[in-house]
Design a protein around this ligand. Structure first.
Ligand SMILES: NC(=O)c1ccc[n+]([C@@H]2O[C@H](COP(=O)([O-])OP(=O)(O)OC[C@H]3O[C@@H](n4cnc5c(N)ncnc54)[C@H](OP(=O)(O)O)[C@@H]3O)[C@@H](O)[C@H]2O)c1
Length: 562
């Protein structure tokens, strides 16, 4: 009998899928916070040959998931044919008004849950022929929706992570698929409140969300119609992405074909958002940049100052300010730049930097106010997902994703009222997955989905959100410590090939100043573009996204990395 683990199995899509798989003869282990009082009893399944065995497991706990997978394997004699990462929650509302703890929990369930399950199950999946990992994303993972910045971020992160895994696990005989349902009639809709003050600055976002939820519920799919597609995917239907429902299919087709700006206008109209107001160009004020001790951040601070901007150049460790000070002195712009301590993973240090920024307004009036933010700080960890230490994965997500959220949440109230621009230094890894890049891709795809959704909310306040997507450039991020994985392990040939391919890409990347100029131009432009790839590799991946089928991309990448 084939065996599967389904998370979030006590209700909604997970329950429908568990039941349907059992009817197809599968032995299903359902992981959920509660065993549920669902009709998944053996009497319902009598005569079908399959079964559903509920287990109480919190998917956000690495230890709990690992122990539960071990007990499943003990029961199945070590074989596992499929895992379905379906557990998910939804947080809706204004991003700025959503408590940080809720944002964190959303990612812990939607992304962390899938990661814990996959990590624990991979050795067994690799040793079971034709096994599968199925990730349940959402139509919001294909194009971002207003009022759902964090939810879309979590689903985009899943998409990027899964795409990288698909590259990585194909040679291991493990298939990876992502299912993207449109709205489905499940408890997901009433599980959370809509965050934000209905009379506050984001009142129209909240109102549009309430009205939109009612409309979406009325035409939402039945969970069993989604599970029909999912059974086919678990049974081995080919292809990486499987949109379900009309709106998901439309988003899938529009992906990479309809420009982000146009998509935003269409979705904004359809969901009754307030129209965006043009963000001010060249206003007096200060642009804050994170991660200025080296690389793009350092060059961006210098480039902005060269163009006459006042800059708050921040870094987590002020003892590393030497190279920035030298570059500013050489450019003769040191008087335009204030260097502050800011660790994007430490809320207290963010609050301290904001207090300093507020003191400039008290001292200098409008000239001292924040008018821009560059979310640049980032770290890298590469290696086959199974061999990536979980603390390295956490560091990447905490810095690149949650760090970006935390600094943006702090800056937004200071930009609202007069407008401004937020530039996020994403990556070409936010445009497509690559083997060994799953954690980093998750972080950058997460930023992309979140930023696209945030743009709906902040656009009416005269705030533009811009994504700069560099390819590989030789900066401090390419540290040896960032590399994980063994040449002697199951992924050995891929690990070795990727070391060579990454080194070649970074060495031929050119001068990182190019990226700083693109970032600076986003503040000078009359109307900044939503996305801006930088470098040949990034443009190629941008052009391939949504147009070149994943199977072709996978074969092309496999040829390059041997
Ligand atoms: N280089 C590339 O090929 C490439 C390509 C695409 C995208 N990117 C992105 O570009 C951005 C900048 O990277 P880079 O290439 O310029 O690398 P880099 O030279 O290593 O710069 C990264 C910066 O981020 C800082 N940082 C790390 N963790 C931080 C934290 N918790 N709080 C505050 N600052 C922190 C680092 O500070 P410390 O000095 O203290 O570590 C450093 O200043 C990153 O978001 C990266 O993902 C890079």
């Amino acid at each position: 009998m084939r065996t599967a683990i389904v998370t979030g199995s006590s209700s909604g899509i997970g329950e429908a899928l568990s039941l349907d798989l059992a009817r197809w003869g599968w032995r299903v282990f359902g992981f959920d916070l509660t065993a549920g009082d669902s009709p998944m009893t053996s009497s319902d399944l009598a005569g079908f040959g399959g079964s559903v065995e509920p287990m109480v497991v919190d998917v956000t706990s690495h230890a709990a998931v690992t122990a539960a997978v071990a007990s499943v394997l003990a029961a199945t004699g070590g074989t596992l044919d499929a895992v379905v990462a379906n557990a998910g929650i939804r947080e809706a509302g204004a991003f700025e008004e959503t408590p940080a703890v809720d944002l964190k929990r959303l990612f812990d369930v939607n992304l962390g849950g899938a990661m814990h399950l996959t990590r624990a199950a991979l050795p067994a999946l690799r040793s079971t022929p034709d096994s599968r990992i199925v990730i349940v994303s959402s139509a919001g993972g294909l194009s971002a929706l207003p009022g759902l910045a964090a939810y879309c971020g979590s689903k985009w992160a899943l998409e990027g992570w899964a795409e990288s895994l698909a590259h990585e696990l194909f040679p291991q005989g493990v298939g990876v698929s992502v299912v993207e349902p449109a709205s489905v009639q499940t408890g997901l809709w009433d599980a959370g409140t809509i965050h934000g003050d209905p009379d506050g600055p984001y009142a129209s976002v909240i109102q549009a969300l309430e009205d939109g939820d009612d409309r979406a519920w009325a035409r939402a799919l039945d969970p069993h119609s989604v599970s029909a597609t999912m059974v086919a995917v678990v049974e081995g239907r080919r292809g990486l992405r499987h949109p379900v429902g009309l709106s998901a299919r439309a988003r899938f087709l529009a992906r990479g074909v309809v420009p982000a700006g146009l998509q935003r206008r269409i979705i904004g109209r359809l969901t009754h958002q307030d129209p965006p107001v043009r963000s001010p160009r060249n206003p007096d004020g200060v642009i804050m940049v994170t991660g200025c001790s080296s690389g793009f951040g350092l060059h961006t601070a210098v480039e902005l100052a060269r163009r006459g901007r006042r800059v708050a150049a921040t870094m987590r460790d002020l003892s590393r300010r030497g190279p920035l000070d030298a570059a500013l002195a050489e450019a003769g712009v040191a008087d335009r730049v204030e260097v502050l301590r800011l660790d994007v993973t430490d809320q207290a240090s963010i609050d301290e930097a904001m207090a300093v920024a507020d003191s400039w307004v008290r001292l200098a009036g409008d000239v001292g106010r924040l008018v821009g933010l560059v979310n640049n700080a980032g770290v890298l960890a590469v290696g086959p997902f199974e061999e990536l230490p979980s603390d390295a994965v956490d560091r990447v997500l905490d810095t690149n994703l949650h760090g970006t959220f935390a600094v943006t949440r702090a800056v937004l109230p200071r930009l609202r009222g007069h407008g401004g621009r937020i530039v996020c230094v994403s990556s070409s890894s936010g445009l497509g997955g690559l083997p060994t890049w799953s954690a980093y891709a998750a972080s950058k795809w997460g930023v992309e989905g979140w930023a696209e959704s945030l743009a709906f909310e902040v656009g009416p306040h005269g705030i533009d959100v811009v994504l700069v997507e560099p390819g590989a450039f030789p900066t401090g991020i390419w540290r040896d410590e960032a590399r994980h994985g063994s040449s002697d392990g199951p992924y050995g040939p891929m690990v070795d090939a990727m070391v060579v391919a990454d080194r070649r890409a970074a060495e031929s990347g050119g001068d990182p100043v190019v990226v700083a100029r693109v970032v600076a131009r986003a503040f000078d432009a009359r109307m900044p573009l939503t996305r801006r790839p930088v470098g040949r590799g990034a443009w190629l991946r941008w052009a391939a996204r949504g147009i070149v089928p994943f199977g072709l991309q996978r074969r092309a990448v496999a040829r390059i990395v041997g």
